[in-house]
Ligand binder design. Sequence first.
Ligand SMILES: Cc1ncc(COP(=O)(O)O)c(C=O)c1O
Length: 438
Amino acid sequence: MANPTTPRSPEETELLERARKRLPGGVLGTSRYADDVGFVVKHGRGSKIYDVSGREYIDYVLASGPLILGHAHPAVVGAVRRQIEAGSTYFMVNEPIIELAEEICRAMPCAEQVRFTSTGSEATFFSLRVARTYRKRDKILKFEGGYHGAHDYGMMSSSPRSPKAFPAPVPDSSGIPHAIEDEVLIAPYNDLATVEGIVATHADELAAVIIEPFQRLIPPQPGFLSGLREITRRHGVLLIFDEVVTGFRLAYGGAQQYYGVTPDIACVGKIVGGGFPLAAVCASADLMQPFDPGQDGKGDFISQSGTLNGNPIAAAAGLATLAELRKPGAYETIHGTGKRLMAGLTDLAQRSGLPAQVVGEPVVFDLIFTGEPVTDYRSLQKADGALGRAFTTELIKRGVVKNTQKMYISLVHSEQDVATTLQACEDALKMLPKTKKR
Ligand SMILES: Cc1ncc(COP(=O)(O)O)c(C=O)c1O
């Protein structure tokens, strides 16, 4: 197997040129690696991906999170193969999707019923509709730096370059109607006093507070989530946990189990579809009732439909993934691998002489280039972004691929992967310019 120091092949260079011509920016979304390390994926297996030039990378992107079992896990491949022989989609209730709904309700403390969507963005979008329907109010409160997908309500102060005074939002994208800005309030993560003030002032207009309980890679401080639960309950505002990242990852029952706080509504995605497009809104039967078409014309009715909702291939892949995660020791293994990598990285950071620290939980974390505590978006913004991007680039050159500010850990990352990754990190850190920025 060629290692990443092997030059890019002419075939791969040509593919990258074709991508640039037909895909805006040559990419599929908002992230792009530096030109000199860009590559085209050929295939993935276990904890590794391989590019068209035959180069191997240890993969901590994991398809942006769904592949907690790694690439092409035999249990997932087998389940998908069996299902596809029986048809790829029906737009009708089917056995795998019923089973998956039951499994989500067994796992998630807040879930009695489930409405499936194809993406996490749709799940959070429709969770807001559930909250507005129940509360008969329109506004939502979200946290600065929190990401809930690419829809207009989610794209408010998710990554503002120039944040405004709370609770004013800053749109993250062109093309969002200005009217949406009046519907979204912004609060600082991990700052209960400020949240309390905003909720108290606006309680009468608020449908819900939506939060990533573990925000991007920032853990909640002790008491923050339980305090938020108490404030929202006291003011009668619904609490939505966006568990698209954390669901079935921090623990089988997601952040609600891991941090011991139960929201009114949760959104799950990524892992639950086993690498196929599937996500869901889940809540009590009471809150979910307006999704029932029998409600149409009677009372509150939430119109929600999607061509691929309840897709049986995604359900089969999700069920196979969850079955592996229920096996004894699965979470201990994932957390153990993550802890070893976090500890090794922390040690390297301290020895590097750079202002850098590991931020996150053992299942999702990264090295962040600041010496100051990272507790919210604004403290994360003080980190040296250029160093972070340079670190990511240097790692790709050494056969380790990750997102900037995010490493996902899988069940199949091995001890050897951890050792190789730490060596690559040590070498990458040596390539970074020493900086005084904190
Ligand atoms: C916390 C969170 N919510 C929602 C989404 C949106 O999910 P999707 O990309 O499936 O639309 C993401 C995607 O990364 C996410 O991280």
